[in-house]
Structures are given as C-alpha cells and as structure tokens.
Design a protein around this ligand. Structure first.
Ligand code: ADP
Length: 691
C-alpha cells in the first residue's frame, strides 16, 4: 500500500498551481482506485474550481460541469455534515444500503446527481485544515458489487492530505505570482510617470520643508532656470530662483492639500541673472512635513506673441488713421499742384512771382510724395497687378541699383525662385526693393555687401506667430530677401520698424516712411514682410508673396506715347471733388480735347444724352451716388466703344473692398501732374480697342 500511496502522491507534489494540483489528484485516482473522481476547491470571492476524471474520458467534461453547477449544494452538504459532528470524511462502501438523505444532506439535486452518475461505492475526504476547510476530494465506483475497502479509504485520506499540502503551497505560489504581477504593473506605472516628469516641457519641482528646499526637479525646470543638470538644484531653496528684491512668493502657497492648486504669474531668475515671466502652479501634498508639487511654465513666448499681436493691431489702427488723413491731403495736393502748374505756365505770370510758384510746387510735390507713401502704408492704393517672374525683377533691380550705391557697397542678386511667378504691381514691387536696399545702404556707412536672394518657401502658422505676430495663410510663397552686413537691429527697433514715422536717422535723413510703405505694399499684395538680425551682424528683410499658377502670363507693359489730342476727341470728366474736376477739365481743354464735366455717376449718364461722340470717360473710382465700376458698366452698356480711365487715391469703401480694379482697367493715381494726366489719356486713346 505504501507503494501505491507514493505513486499516487507523485503527480500532486510536482503541480505548482491550484488547478494543476486538483487535476493531478483526480488523475491519480482514476482508474487506479475508482472509475470516477472529483476534486473541488472553494475560492472565496471567486469561482469554485472543479476537476473531474472518469473511466470513460468522453464523460469527464459532463461530470465536471454537473459538479461545478452543484458546487454550492455540495459545500453546504459538507458543512452540514461537519456540524452534525460527523468527521470530515465519508466512506460509503455500498450506497444502496446507506440513507440517501444522510448522504446528500437532503439536497434533491445531489441525490439526482448520484443517481445519474450511477454511484455504488463512495469515498469523500475534506481538503484543508479542520479549522479552515476549502474543498473536498471524492472517488467513486459505479459497478455493482465492488465496494471500497478500508485500505483504499486509507489511501484516499493520505492523498487528500498531500493534496491539501500541495494546495497550500500552490496558493502561496499564486500569491507570489500575483505579487510579481503587481510589482511589474507598479514598475511600469512608475517608469511612465518618471518619463512624464523627465520629458515634460513644463518645469516641475517637489519642494519640502519650512525653508522650501528642492527635493526633486525635472530637466525642464533646470533648463528653464539656465542649469544644464537637474542634480545641481537639489537642496537649493526655491526662493533662489526669484529675482532679488522680489517678494517671496512661496508664502502664498496653499497651507493644506484640500485647497485647489494656486496658479499665479510672477518672475523667475535664470542662472545668468536674466529674469523671465513665469506661470506657477502649486499643489500641497498631505503629510507631516509640508511638501509641494510646483510646476513652472515660461510665459516669455506667449507674452512676446501677445505683444506682436498688439503691435499688428496698433499698425492697423494707425494705418486707418494715416490713410484717412492722407486721402484728404492728397486731394488738396492734387489741386494745389495742378493749379500752381497752370499758374507757372501762364505767360501773364510776372517773372519775380515764378520763384514763389516754384516753391509752392516743390512743397506740394513733397507733400504729395508723403501722402502717397501713407496711402501705400494704409493699403489704399489702387494696384495694377501683373504676373511677374520675381527672379527677373530682382536681377533687373540689382543692375539698376548698382550705380546708385556708394563705391564700397556691393550689391549682388542670388535668384533661386526658379522662374516661379507672383502677382504684384511691378512699380510697387520695385519700390519695395529700392526702399529695402537704400535702408541697407544707410545701415552700412562704411560700405558692405547687399545680397538680394529669391526662393520658394513654405510658410506655416507658427512662423506667422513668431515673425509677424499674426496668424498667416499657410502655403507656398515666393520670397525675396535683402540681406546686409550693416549695423543690425536691436529687438526694440525691430518692434517698431514698420510704423510710419519711426526712424532712428537724424532729422533730414529719415522720414520713417520707407518701411511703412514696404509694409503696406506687401500686405496689399497678399504677402508678408519681416526683419531678422543676422547671427554674424547685419539685417535681413524677407518679403513673401503668394505663388501664382504658371498658366497666368505676365502682361506686357505698354510704353506711353505722349502727344496732344486729335481733332474732335471728347472726354467726360466725372469727379465729385470740384477742384480736382476743374483741374482735370482745364488741363485737358488746354490740350485741345472737347471736355464735358459731371459731378456724379448719374450726371454722367445724363451727359451721354447730349454728346454724339465720346472717346473717354475720366472717372473717380468712388462717387456719392454710384461707384465708379457701376457707372462704368452703365456707360459701357450705352457706349460700348468708350474707354474708361479711373482716377484713384480715394480710401472709401469701394476701393477698400476691391483694391484691384477689374479687367486691367487703367487708372491714374492722385495727385497727378499735367504730364501724368495727358500722357495717360493719350496712351489709352491710342491703345487698340475691341470694338
Ligand atoms: P527711414 O529710413 O526714413 O528711417 P524706414 O521706415 O525705412 O525709415 O526705416 C525705419 C528705421 O528702421 C530706420 O531708421 C532704421 O533704424 C531701421 N532700419 C531699416 N532698415 C534697416 C537695416 N537694413 N539695418 C538696420 N536698421 C534698419
């Protein structure tokens, strides 16, 4: 028998988990001891574990399921058995001669189970200690007349004891495995949070004790405060990172962990002594000693972006004001310039007065120049955009600039846009290049190098925020850079560069309108401009204009052919500003044209009824009753062959909403000179027309 005991227990001893032990126990009993064996282990708070073995392996699973289903009843019967003072085992050599009620504890379902399984002889032994039972091991025989003997009962009891020991060991083993899994999960979580701490872009510190000393900091906190190594900061007082003389902000920290985190703005000090704006957030941790989690964010970039946005908004406001004033002054200048011109041509003008008139003209020309720049800045010019090859424009401009620059100032073109096109007003674009190049020249009083390069760039919103301060339309842009080797620009100057009348030059040398003009022209052309200080000294201005699809072709510029009127040529001047209208009419009459005048679009329509021949309508873009383009449409309906020349300089709504006149309609900028007007009129009348 001893042999048998050793053999049966072998499988149980090597199993390491609870299921394995139960499995080994039932397998060692079938078919050696009985033809049916079941092991059941109760698991508090979990499913009962049941393993079964059957002489007919096909029925094994059926037995297991039946027992598993009845596990609660089986346990209850076992408990009842123990309560009745019975031992924790049961040996029933012949079930037929045994009280079924006693056997099943009065559970009909168990009675049915025994019936179904056809059990004739049965041994049941409890598993676990008497004080802590946790299951049972049962073995049965189903054939008539083969009862279990005492020796077999003894063997099963020994096996149950071994199974109990093995189950205890397996449970311990499971606990160890559970502990290992918990430890692994904990390690994983810890590693994740350590990475969050170490890789975060915000500075974080654990600060403890009454004197607020640093227990731990992340690399971002060290970097933010100008230290390469976080270790250097351990043990330092938090107040070491505040500027000298600043209030000790740690006194504001929350006194207990139940209060919401405090966030406040203050200034922090870097290792080198510079100060930066910071947003600090403090949370108290509960414990005996006060401990705080402090996160610090650098508000510098945000503040700078805010300032840039405010500056851009200020520029808009100044632009509106400047544009409004310039428009009024511009009209006056047109009149002053025009009439003084007429006066100076008058043969009756006494010679001594000629000089006075010259002075009036000079002043008016200067004033006209300034108002034009202001109109450009406020983006209220009428542009005549054409499709241009930026590389060509830059190369031509570089050639044109060379003789205008001092001998020690070299200028070089570096085309790199590969023939890509932009849509811009050529004359205005040239003005931009000239203004930037002359500023570069002024920044290099002892000479130097100006390089004008072009290229294609992808602009994104981040660049817009950083360089210009406003959100930009992302996409592909054709850009040119004017780079100099001059004195460079300070951050402070850069903040004001494009403001009208901002100049660092001596009185008489700078008007502060050059870059304001550049800004207006570039913006009106849908582009962006910004300045950078070069790392090695000098400044680079970058202008980016939206790329144009290749199909659009550059339109040819026609040369003006100035000459007088042809006999009978009739011009209708439509202008609500009396002085300007009279001036234009008078100049044209002097040139021999037949001139009619109208104050409004409606009057112009009426005038059409009274003329047989009409060659040209010289018309203001914005008029009180109907816009210039609307009047044009009405006129062309009745006189399809008539040419239209707009006068511009008006900053009113029509121009603002439609700053580019349609279909390449020609225009004349105010203030205009006598030559400007007559040449433009002649040029249009001589141009071939569709009709
Ligand atoms: P102005 O040339 O009449 O002063 P601008 O609007 O053209 O007016 O320029 C404004 C100011 O911007 C200049 O006075 C100068 O301080 C600065 N600036 C412009 N271009 C440069 C440059 N290339 N290098 C250094 N400073 C510049």
């Amino acid at each position: 028998m001893m042999d048998m005991v050793l053999r049966l227990g072998a499988g149980v001893r090597v199993a390491t988990d609870v299921t394995g032990v139960l499995r080994a126990a039932v397998d060692s009993l079938v078919p050696e001891v009985g033809d049916l064996a079941v092991a059941l282990a109760r698991r508090p708070g979990d499913r009962d574990l049941v393993e079964a073995a059957h002489g007919n392996p096909a029925r094994q699973e059926q037995v297991r399921e039946a027992v598993e289903r009845l596990a609660p009843e089986l346990s209850a019967a076992g408990r009842q058995h123990a309560k009745n003072g019975d031992r924790r085992w049961m040996w029933v050599p012949n079930t037929q001669s045994y009280s079924m009620r006693r056997l099943t504890g009065g559970h009909p379902a168990l009675e049915e189970l025994l019936e179904t399984l056809g059990i004739r002889s049965l041994i049941v032994v409890g598993l676990g200690r008497k004080t802590d039972p946790f299951g049972a091991l049962a073995v049965a025989r189903t054939s008539e007349g083969s009862p279990f003997h005492a020796s077999e009962f003894a063997v099963v009891r020994v096996l149950a004891h071994r199974t109990t020991l093995a189950l205890n060991a397996a449970q311990l083993h499971d606990l160890v495995l559970d502990a290992d899994a918990t430890q692994a999960r904990f390690d994983q979580a810890l590693s994740k949070w350590t990475q969050v701490f170490n890789l975060a872009s915000w500075g974080a510190a654990v600060v403890g004790g009454e004197d607020r000393r640093i227990d731990a900091v992340n690399p971002a906190f060290a970097r933010l405060h100008g230290y390469p190594d976080p270790e250097q900061l351990l043990g330092r007082c938090f107040t070491d990172f505040l500027p000298p003389g600043a209030e000790d902000e740690t006194v504001r920290w929350p006194s207990d962990a139940t209060r919401l985190p405090d966030a406040y703005e203050s200034e922090h000090r870097r290792a080198g002594g510079t100060v930066f704006p910071a947003l600090t957030n403090v949370t108290a941790l509960s414990g005996d000693q006060p401990t705080f989690i402090v996160t610090v964010q650098d508000l510098g970039p945000l503040k700078r972006a805010e300032e840039r946005l405010q500056r851009a908004q200020r520029m808009e406001a100044v632009g509106r004001l400047a544009g409004g004033v310039a428009h009024e002054v511009n009209n006056m200048m047109t009149i002053i310039l025009g009439f003084s011109d007429l006066l100076s041509r008058s043969p009756e003008l006494p010679a001594p007065l000629q000089r006075d008139v010259d002075e009036i003209q000079k002043a008016a020309t200067r004033a006209g120049h300034i108002t034009r720049q202001l109109l450009a800045y406020s983006r209220r010019q009428v542009l005549e955009p054409t499709v241009l090859d930026l590389d060509l424009v830059v190369e031509e401009m570089t050639r044109a600039l060379r003789p205008l620059l001092p001998v020690h100032t070299r200028v070089e073109a570096r085309p790199g846009a590969g023939g890509t096109r932009v849509r811009a007003d050529r004359a205005q674009l040239e003005q931009v290049v000239i203004n930037l190049a002359f500023n570069a020249r002024d920044a290099m009083p002892r000479g130097g190098q100006i390089t004008i390069g072009t290229g294609v760039r992808q602009l994104d919103e981040r660049l817009g925020r950083e360089k210009i301060g406003i959100p930009i339309v992302p996409g592909s842009y054709i850009c040119f850079e004017v780079r100099d080797t001059g004195m460079g620009i300070s951050e402070e100057v850069r903040d004001h560069l494009f403001e009208p009348f901002f100049t660092t030059k001596d009185a008489g040398h700078g008007t502060g309108l050059g870059l304001a003009t550049v800004y207006g022209i570039v913006k009106q052309s849908g582009g962006y401009v910004w300045a950078d200080a070069n790392p090695g000294g000098g400044t680079t201005f970058t202008v980016c204009l939206p790329e144009v699809a290749l199909e659009e072709d550059a339109s040819a510029e026609t040369a003006a052919d100035a000459s007088h009127s042809r006999p009978g040529e009739t011009v209708l001047v439509v202008e609500d500003e009396e002085g300007v209208r009279e001036l234009a009419a008078r100049i044209l009459r002097d040139e021999g044209y037949h001139v009619m005048e109208a104050r409004t679009g409606r009057e112009a329509m009426e005038a059409l009824d009274h003329v047989d021949r009409l060659d040209l309508v010289l018309m203001d873009l914005v008029m009180p009753d109907m816009g210039g383009s609307e009047a044009r449409d009405h006129i062309l309906k009745r006189r399809p062959d008539v040419a239209v020349l707009y006068m511009s300089g008006y900053p009113k709504d029509d121009v603002l909403q439609r700053p580019h006149i349609e279909g390449g309609d020609p225009f004349l900028a105010k203030p205009f000179t006598r030559e400007g007007l007559t040449e433009r009129v002649r040029e249009i009348l001589d141009a071939p027309r569709l009709s």
